[in-house]
Design a protein around this ligand. Sequence first.
Ligand code: BGC
Length: 392
Amino acid sequence: MACDRKASISFGAAAAAFLLSLTACGVGEPAMNEVVRSDFGTTPEGEVVEQFTLKNRAGMEVRAITYGGIITHLLVPDRGGNMGDVVLGFDSLEPYLSGVEPYLDGSPYFGSIIGRYGNRIANGRFTLDGRTYQLATNDGPNHLHGGVRGFDKVVWGAEPFQRDSEVGVVFTYLSPDGEEGYPGNLDVRVTYTLTDDNQLIVDYHATSDRATPVNLTQHSYFNLAGHDSGDILDHELMIAAGAFTPVNSTLIPTGEIRSVAGTPFDFRTSTPIGARIDADDQQIRYGLGYDHNWVLDRTGPGLELAARVVEPTTGRTLEILTTEPGIQFYAGNFLDGTITGKDGTVYHHRTGFCLETQHFPDSPNQPAFPSTILRPGEEYRTQTVMVFGVAD
Ligand code: BGC
């Protein structure tokens, strides 16, 4: 059978839809890669928020919006080929907007890009080149996920792209000097690339005109059985880490790098998330379950496997590869049934988990941790890849 390959662009009047498509042939696959651009709503300040729907030839679909670079939907096949939406989120813009402070009244960072600093900075304070900076304290005494209005709550610029076997969107944001208390104008670019072999590649890039801490991550809450299918405790998790960073009661690292051996934090062998999540352990008590940074077993600076998750009933798998030194595994301990998400789904306790690739929490105050300081003339460049598949 002859294959007809053609790229096409079309504009739909309603919602200013913009379709970029590539047709191709493949047995049992849709004939098209595409990026569809549509309206998702308007912020109270009058900014228009767009949604980009990325589809690959295998039928996998990722939807992301310009507000916070939020991944709202992520559809992947199970072992029977049935598509399921495996991320928690909302159907419309409004619930994403309301979660400023306290965040549990709105979105707890569902699907967002997190910055300038993913995770916590103790007392929202750090000293850099002899000067002390005070950031917002939006998580008890500490600064969390970039502050009151972090990168998850701003509207990003966006450009879609389509190449041979991948489609994607480039999100851009210029964070002005002093925003949320951080020094320097920070020029940020985050690219989502969906490949035809069901990989979602996230590339982070930033430059600054003054020294500043930077620690960007992606805060999707996964439930590989489907976002509406209950708790995630039976998911089997492997984390390629022989150590983690224990925390104090406010979830700030003590500075210790502790071996996972003999603790509920040992996920070097694949283990159900629920097996030890309520163990009688001080660190588990502090996190109300898992909410910690693992120190990845790295062999070099490149992309390496950090975690692997298998959902036994659907067979769906997720592998996370990263160039980062750490990963925060958060088991959705703060979800408590007060949030109603997509399709009227109530998100109860531990119905989603996050695997946030990152530098370690509170690094600006922890000289022994890998540095998170970006200086003028340097480039911040990290990559994280989510590989979706099915187990036998
Ligand atoms: C943190 C949790 C926090 C959650 C917000 C995670 O990255 O580690 O402590 O509650 O984000 O939803």
